[in-house]
Design a protein around this ligand. Structure first.
Ligand code: 3PG
Length: 215
């Protein structure tokens, strides 16, 4: 699957909702009720970070929840990409990109949302064929002024800014013309997952799902 086709898949996923929740799942039993709450609230495209021991099994379980589109975050290597594909993840998100990771995602047929934070990184990924990138870490890397400035010389790239975005700031990011959707953990914070507050997470998802991009 070429990088261009991978980007087409990711752009189609981003059109489904303006917010992609970033999920850190510590307990496997939380995976399904968490996914159901987010989908019920209108957010079907979910990123589960590979930072916990049960992340791959959580992805496998969420992949079986009706309506879910689940990908893996913090995918750093070819080995990670293979494990995500085997678990049933439908896309991969990385804080950056390496030639090895790109080759593995091409070989596995796993759509990659590669990370970039500078003009050279964006140019390198455009050269490889990608058209949608994760802008990471969004706020520390320069925030809205930086991403807005990148659009001048690099209008062909769309972004999913992630890292430091909140319910309050998400609308400002979504006003940028080169933002496809925003990512963030604020929709399902660790404390609410620990408390198994699925109704509360569904409410937050509904509020996030109501945010719209400027078209
Ligand atoms: C991450 O990698 O954890 C994401 O960028 C989420 O960042 P956030 O917790 O600031 O939303």
């Amino acid at each position: 699957m070429t990088p261009a086709l991978q980007s087409q898949t990711l752009l189609a996923l981003c059109r489904q909702a303006s917010v992609m929740p970033v999920l850190v799942i510590d307990e496997l039993r939380h995976a399904e009720p968490l996914a159901r709450a987010l989908i019920a609230g209108g957010l079907p495209v979910l990123e589960v970070t590979l930072r916990t021991g049960c992340a791959l099994e959580a992805i496998a379980r969420i992949a079986r929840v009706p309506g879910a589109h689940v990908g893996a975050g913090t995918v750093l290597s070819a080995h990670d990409a293979a494990r995500v594909k085997a678990a049933g993840g439908t896309f991969a998100v990385s804080p950056g990109a390496t030639p090895g990771l790109i080759s593995a995602c091409v070989a596995q047929g796993l759509p990659l949302l590669p990370g970039a934070a500078t003009a050279s990184e964006v140019m390198t990924l455009i050269e490889a064929g990608y058209r949608i990138l994760k802008f990471f870490p969004a706020v520390p890397a320069g925030g809205i002024p930086m991403l807005s400035a990148l659009r001048g010389p690099l209008p062909q790239a769309d972004f999913v800014p992630t890292g430091g975005i909140s319910e309050q700031t998400a609308p400002d990011w979504l006003r940028l013309q080169n933002v496809a959707c925003v990512g963030g953990s604020w929709v399902a914070p660790a404390a609410m997952i620990r408390a198994e507050d699925w109704a509360g997470i569904e409410t937050r998802a509904r509020q996030a799902a109501a945010l719209k991009r400027e078209d």
